[in-house]
Design a protein around this ligand. Sequence first.
Ligand code: PMV
Length: 330
Amino acid sequence: MKASAIANSNIALTKYWGKRDSKLMLPNNGSISMTLDGLNTRTTVEFSPEYERDILIFNGKEISEGREYEETVAFMDIVREMAGIREKAKIATENNFPTAAGLASSASGYAALALAASKAAGLNLDKRELSILARRGSGSACRSIEGGFVEWKRGEKKDGSDSYAVQIAPKDHWDFRMLTTIVSTEEKKVKSRAGMAQTVKTCPYYKGWLETVQDDIDAVRQGILEKDFAKVGSVAEYNCLKMHATMITTKPPIIYWNPATMEIIHAVMAWREEGLESYFTIDAGPNVKVMCMEKDVQELKKRLEGLNGVKEVIVCRPGDEAKTTEEHLF
Ligand code: PMV
């Protein structure tokens, strides 16, 4: 059977950094994100006895070996086991944003794959089950199953059955916006997976991260529900800085920022002093996402585009949940 799905990427407002179980992708801490309208992955999956091995086509190009291929096959094995089937699959996947733009594609990628592959395997999973499945591909992907503002609950159980994402508020809850500022199109040197494992192992300040992250989650959740922009923005920004502090003090150090990243950080802080209310957040890479309200989007976009090293600014609203589609890629 063939099935297709489309899922949006997401950006964490309070971050996930560190696992307690790397096989089941169970996090040490919960996180909150906004699903990003317009930055999406479309995926088609077909299981068939005709295929001798899994076939992966990414943005029109076949990938038949290497880390990406192996991780995809491992994920498909989980789906096959759940469905009790042995057939291999053809998987075609496309991002509507340039992959080279250094934006997180694993979140939208594994959310779309979880939905398309489970449907194609004849499974009819509910949102909780889909989120748990997507989590097995990439932790942050479990949040892209839902739309709007989303919380990934850390969970307590060893089997991960209580570690999944739920919606805090729908996409039209308020006019909160995210400006994705592209400063680098290079692939990052240290992947999140390896980076977080190294931080957990070697960073002396990781303990402080774990001790304070739940307060950030509670504050951001409350700020979203109360539509308190200053609360959400300031806590999200500080949470991002705390995560990067643990990255920088990992052995060997992981420094994702480049000079353009620093320029944007300083500019956003200076503009805020002047009264243009905005906050920044940064994931495992040099690109900066700037939070603001709709009324300030045009002014901020213009100012960000004027900074040295900024290649592109993409304006994102809160986006939709992952959905199936009849528009197949093959
Ligand atoms: O799910 P991964 O392996 O792509 O890790 C995501 C890590 C961060 O983007 C830095 C934080 C997050 O919560 O998305």
